[in-house]
Design a protein around this ligand. Structure first.
Ligand SMILES: NC(=O)C1=CN([C@@H]2O[C@H](COP(=O)(O)OP(=O)(O)OC[C@H]3O[C@@H](n4cnc5c(N)ncnc54)[C@H](OP(=O)(O)O)[C@@H]3O)[C@@H](O)[C@H]2O)C=CC1
Ligand SMILES: CC(C)(CO)C(=O)C(=O)O
Length: 340
């Protein structure tokens, strides 16, 4: 990478931040990471190992990884990638407001549809862009982050990204720019409705989605969301081979038919899991309020139009508080179908 390439900083470097930032650094970009002490210690000992489902195997020795707990590490960056969970966005924004260069571009690589706006409000005067990460990343071991599913990074189109496009391309993570990212974000949110089902199942994504009862739970949540989005005249983009409106029908198919028609949905690392299952296992608050909760908000709080998603929010919050986990598919389906 040329010496004049502006620096890239990752704010909130966990699974996504270490993977995306690590791939950029492995391809020669000047990257700094801001995150927590436990990862700083881990990476200082083991460095970074970045692998993917296509066989990529990239190592960066600890001496070559600039991972700090001090957010001042973002002060000289031309591009800041925000990769904290949604509940930490406002706080991240407050920190960045006092640090980010006036000409810094800030990209939210987070799930949900509202994080870029939260950052825009918290970091006035900076160019904040929405982004979307379609693929799954799991931490496989100390300093080891693995991309288990396919997809390219999406981002809101902006000329200010021009100096960085080459770095993402060379890292094997080309940026796909969209004039309007909102339809892409809503389409991703429809897929992320599965995070709650997956977290409540306690199983890896492949095992969960291979079982019809869990898919029927997801179909209920997606159909409800599609209806709510339709009422709000929001049209999600087509991110999967099948259009979003077909997904609930396909999800309900018996296992054998589902494997034939939508086998690609199961083409993933058998250990891949949703970020929400990671959160529950780690005892952290989840993003359910920014995913299923977004459908509840759009329908109008308490509206029967979002009953299933409201129930999923409730069940995930109960699980966060030590309530029931590892729901079998049939029990979860019954709970979501029950009127009360
Ligand atoms: N993991 C995945 O496969 C995917 C995740 N996403 C989305 O990407 C985003 C990031 O997810 P993911 O990487 O899994 O999350 P992680 O929890 O792995 O990483 C976020 C990290 O940021 C840290 N953090 C939070 N606030 C601060 C702060 N103020 N200063 C420094 N560090 C901070 C967190 O620490 P702590 O926990 O201690 O607060 C955590 O280590 C989410 O919106 C998620 O939904 C999208 C696609 C796939
Ligand atoms: C990639 C996907 C849909 C599932 O891992 C995700 O976004 C998440 O885990 O939050």
């Amino acid at each position: 990478m040329s010496a004049s390439q502006p620096k890239i900083s990752v704010f909130g470097a966990g699974s996504i931040g270490c993977y995306v930032g690590g791939r950029l650094a492995a391809a020669g970009a000047d990257v700094s990471f801001v995150g927590r002490e436990r990862l700083a210690t881990e990476i200082a000992k083991h460095g970074l190992l970045l692998t993917d489902y296509r066989g990529a195997d990239l190592r960066i020795s600890s001496g070559d990884v600039d991972y700090r707990t001090d957010p001042a590490g973002t002060a000289d960056a031309g591009l800041i990638l925000v990769t904290v969970k949604s509940g930490a966005t406002a706080e991240a924004g407050k920190t960045l407001a006092g640090l980010a260069r006036p000409d810094a571009v800030i990209v939210s690589f987070q799930n949900g549809v509202g994080n870029a706006e939260i950052l825009r409000e918290a970091v006035p005067g900076r160019n904040v862009l929405a982004g979307m990460v379609p693929f799954n990343v799991i931490r496989r071991g100390p300093g080891h982050f693995h991309q288990g599913t396919e997809g390219a990074l999406d981002v809101q189109k902006d000329e200010a990204l021009a100096p960085f496009l080459q770095a993402f391309g060379q890292a094997g993570l080309p940026l796909h720019q969209h004039a309007d990212l909102a339809p892409v974000q809503w389409a991703k949110l429809l897929l992320n409705l599965n995070n709650a089902v997956n977290a409540l199942s306690g199983q890896p994504l492949k095992a969960e989605l291979s079982q019809r009862d869990y898919r029927r739970c997801l179909a209920l949540a997606q159909q409800e969301a599609l209806d709510v989005l339709g009422d709000a005249v929001i049209r999600p983009a087509k991110l999967t081979p099948l259009p979003p409106s077909w997904l609930p029908f396909v999800l309900r198919l018996p296992d054998a038919l589902f494997r034939i028609i939508a086998g690609r949905m199961l083409a993933m690392d058998p250990l891949a899991r949703s970020s929400m299952l990671d959160d529950l296992d780690a005892g952290r608050a989840t993003e359910v309020d920014w995913l299923n909760g977004e459908i509840v908000r759009l329908a109008g709080s308490g509206s029967p139009a979002a009953r299933v998603n409201a129930r999923l929010v409730e069940l995930v919050h109960a699980a966060e508080q030590g309530g029931r986990r590892n729901w079998p598919g049939d029990a979860l389906l019954e709970r979501l179908q029950s009127p009360r």
